[in-house]
Design a protein around this ligand. Structure first.
Ligand SMILES: [Fe+2]
Ligand SMILES: [Fe+2]
Length: 324
């Protein structure tokens, strides 16, 4: 499937001769009216490319994100915890699939996107390059990482591209369950032994700052943000979303009884918002550019999954051809 081209007639138009300026105008009017752009509609090439990049990165993050928690499936402390974790990790696989499907509506090829991920030509969320050292990390990922994902993703339910927005509605419902299961696990541990409480605090200490980095660099250093907002792909800047996450999380930390590892965290009485300390952006840069604690391991495992399972695709393709 090729990308919609300028000379292709817009949906419902009578003939092939359509004025490019009129197509552009129609696109802009759709965005301005807060209506959705659908796969059949004409769209500027930059809009299509930005969406493919963002949706692919999002899909890759869901799939790579199965690994840090998947590591604990065989070491879950009870049958109940195992069932919950299994359901969560399977949800993340489903999120990846919805999102690859959304990218396909823009003319992208799923296998090609996977190759780009494995060859490091497309990125995924920096957060999944950190290791999960204890079972408390499973809880903290649910609480903080899925919590940050919810802040990021709820506004995407109103994204201007229809298939992406609709995928996000389903995904966000499941992310809420992910956050709750994480918080419930941590609450249980905090009511347990001193050793368990120490495990939770240690996990919070390690995941707090990387969770804040999930929102990306500050707005003035985020080159694509302004255009994405103008196109209605993104609805809020990175800094606003990060602030919402902090405001939502600080009271939850209090109820849980953990200390967030930031001595500068103070309530701004005038605005009701929590001020937080400086983020180490060099760490984010390092992890994004491939030098985080687990980047090589994550990609190696994804590569092995693609290569080891290639025979399934081959067999299914041969079977389909035989019955065509
Ligand atoms: Fe997800
Ligand atoms: Fe999730």
């Amino acid at each position: 499937m090729s990308a919609p081209a300028l000379d292709r007639p817009a949906a419902g138009s009578p003939g092939p001769a359509v004025d490019p300026a009129a197509l552009q105008q129609q696109f802009e009017a759709t965005i301005a009216a807060d209506h959705r752009i659908e796969p059949r509609d004409w769209m500027p090439e930059g809009y299509r490319k930005t969406l493919v990049r963002q949706i692919a990165q999002h899909a890759h993050s869901e799939i790579i994100g199965m690994q840090p928690e998947g590591d604990w499936l065989l070491a879950a402390p009870s049958l109940r915890r195992k069932a919950v974790l299994l359901a969560k990790v399977q949800d993340e696989a489903g999120h990846g699939m919805y999102l690859y499907s959304a990218a396909e509506t823009l003319g992208a090829d799923r296998a090609d996107l996977t190759d780009k991920l494995i060859e490091r030509r497309q990125k995924y969320s920096s957060i999944f390059n950190y290791p999960t050292l204890t079972y408390a990390d499973v809880g903290v990922i649910g609480w903080l990482v899925d919590g940050a994902a919810i802040c990021n993703q709820v506004p995407l339910c109103r994204s201007s591209y229809g298939p992406y927005a609709r995928a996000m509605i389903r995904i966000c419902k499941e992310e809420s369950f992910h956050q709750r299961q994480g918080y419930e696990l941590l609450m249980t541990m905090m009511r347990g032994t001193d050793e368990q409480r120490a495990m939770v605090q240690d996990a919070v200490d390690r995941w707090w700052w990387p969770s804040l980095m999930m929102f990306g660099p500050p707005d003035d250093e985020s080159p694509n943000s302004a255009q994405s907002m103008a196109w209605g792909i993104k609805r809020h800047g990175n800094d606003e979303l990060r602030q919402r996450f902090v405001d939502m999380t600080v009271p939850q930390a209090k109820v849980l009884g953990v200390t967030l590892p930031d001595p500068d965290l103070t309530l701004d009485e005038a605005t009701g918002r929590w001020r937080f300390g400086a983020i180490d952006w060099s760490e984010l840069q390092r992890v994004i550019s491939g030098d985080g604690p687990c980047n090589a391991e994550r990609i190696a495992r994804r590569r092995a999954a693609r290569d080891d399972n290639a025979w399934v695709t081959e067999a299914a393709t041969a079977y389909a051809a035989k019955h065509a």
